[in-house]
Ligand binder design. Structure first.
Ligand code: UGA
Length: 434
């Protein structure tokens, strides 16, 4: 069986595929990344990144220069030269919440087409339970010769913005396998990471991913619901979260109250998991409530702004942060963008800034004024909003902001500042759950 350094092919160079391929090269394997977008492959071969992800560019350049990381548009080439093939293609949502698996199906056929000897086919994309069975069936159906292969589910748990560090220091690595045959090779691949390994059946591995993401989203909605109680009772949600989080069974992470969660994963995975449950005969009402609380949290924030300003129409509102969270230029399902669109619909004039997401945001916020310096945003504003928890916003020149705003009103959707300090500085300060 295969031994390290392993010959690996990654099909799909989105967030997961690109980070996975690069990090596998970084830990010594020979990696070929395949993408069907020629311009993306050209960019990557020239050392340019299609996304902003801390630390990624350096690793791509270093490993490409060492000859361990290559990019191509040819699935045939990638698969033929590899022993282990990872599938990391998009699994986008459909209008009814279910998952579009057409890329998975297409790649399964492409792999089948060029399979001439035993290979391990690993699914890294987030997929509904029982997708592995379909991948296996499809490869068997379309493969011209009777070749042996294994299909494995190896879900990825990295977060955007921390993707490289999450990949290299995972809490656990999950292998969902049909037999023990591929386990040695899979362990060899990940051995340098020294992480705990969970070996399970394919269906359970697929469920671990959806159940984990949904649970994390549930945790956020829970603290956001608690934040409503805190506001009504005059308590402080940060203190409550700190006190809860010290219990090891609960943990402090993902208990940050906010204007709601977003991104390309939680909203999509929640809908998918609800749909999967429905198809399996279970009404996952708990998760529907998680979605509802998330939507209400945004509404509540907009209402807070409207109640304070009385009328939003024709007010100039500065917005700091456009990405769906810190450390990324990703604006997919970004609560910050949703908020901007909402405020714009109410007739506000927007002045916006984000450390990394401005280019992407320009395509959706056509009427906003984009500022190149966060400290210029408050000038002439009737109110300022913090919509993304970028750490650099904590360094905002607050004295200058207060003096240059028409009215020093600050809505903090990420609880970046302390209420008492902000009030001492002369701000009307409204945050979440305090
Ligand atoms: C999430 C999971 O955390 C990863 O483990 C998973 O691999 C990934 O989805 C995926 O399925 O690919 P990601 O979407 O990159 O990662 O971002 P998170 O850090 O989980 O944040 C998601 C959203 O929740 C953001 O809008 C963030 O601002 C919000 N959030 C997070 C809160 O509002 N409060 C918190 O306490 C934590």
């Amino acid at each position: 069986m295969f031994n390290a350094p392993m010959k690996i092919c990654i099909v799909g160079t989105g967030y997961v595929g690109l980070v996975t391929g690069t990090c596998f090269a970084e830990i010594g394997h020979d990696v070929i990344c395949v993408d069907n977008a020629p311009e993306k492959v050209k960019m990557l071969n020239a050392g340019q990144m299609p996304i902003y992800e801390p630390g990624l560019e350096e690793l791509v350049k270093k490993n490409a220069a060492a000859g361990r990381l290559k990019f191509t548009t040819s699935t045939k080439d990638g698969v033929e030269k590899s022993d282990v093939v990872f599938i990391a293609v998009p699994t986008p949502p459909q209008p009814d919440g279910s998952v579009d698996l057409s890329y998975m199906e297409k790649v399964s056929r492409e792999i089948a087409d060029v399979l001439t000897r035993y290979k391990i086919i690993v699914d890294k994309s987030t997929v509904p339970v029982r997708t592995g069975e379909k991948v296996c069936e499809t490869i068997r159906r379309y493969c011209k010769s009777k070749v042996e292969f294994d299909v494995v589910s190896n879900p990825e748990f990295l977060r955007e913005g921390f993707a490289v560090q999450d990949f290299l220091k995972p809490d656990r690595i999950v292998f969902g396998v049909q037999s023990q045959r591929p386990v040695h090779a899979l362990k060899e691949i990940y051995a340098p990471l020294n992480a705990p390994v969970v070996v399970t059946d394919v269906n359970s591995a697929e469920l671990i991913k959806h159940a984990s993401n949904s649970f994390l989203a549930l945790k956020i909605s829970y603290i956001n619901a608690v934040s409503v109680i805190c506001e009504a009772a005059g308590a402080n949600v940060e203190e409550v979260a700190n006190g809860m989080g010290m219990d090891k069974r609960i943990g402090r992470e993902f208990l940050n109250a906010s204007l709601g969660f977003g991104g390309s994963c939680f909203p999509k995975d929640l809908s998918a998991f609800i749909k999967i449950a429905e198809q399996l005969g279970y009404d996952f009402a708990l998760l529907r409530e998680v979605q509802k609380i998330n939507a209400q949290q945004m509404e509540r924030f907009v209402r807070k702004i409207a109640d304070t300003l009385w009328v939003i129409k024709d007010k100039t509102i500065g917005v700091l942060g456009l990405s769906f969270k810190q450390n990324t230029d990703d604006i997919r399902m970004s609560p910050a963008i949703a908020l901007c669109l909402r405020l714009r619909k109410e007739g506000a004039r927007l002045k916006v800034y984000d450390p990394k997401a401005m280019d992407k945001a320009r395509t959706v916020l056509k009427e906003a004024t984009f500022m190149d310096d966060m400290n210029k945003v408050p000038e002439g504003c009737d109110a300022l909003v913090i919509a993304t928890e970028w750490p650099e916003f904590k360094k905002l020149d607050l004295q200058r902001a207060r003096k240059s705003m028409t009215h020093p009103i600050l809505f903090d959707g990420r609880n970046l500042f302390e209420p008492a300090e902000m009030e001492a500085l002369g701000f009307i300060y409204k945050s979440i759950g305090r």
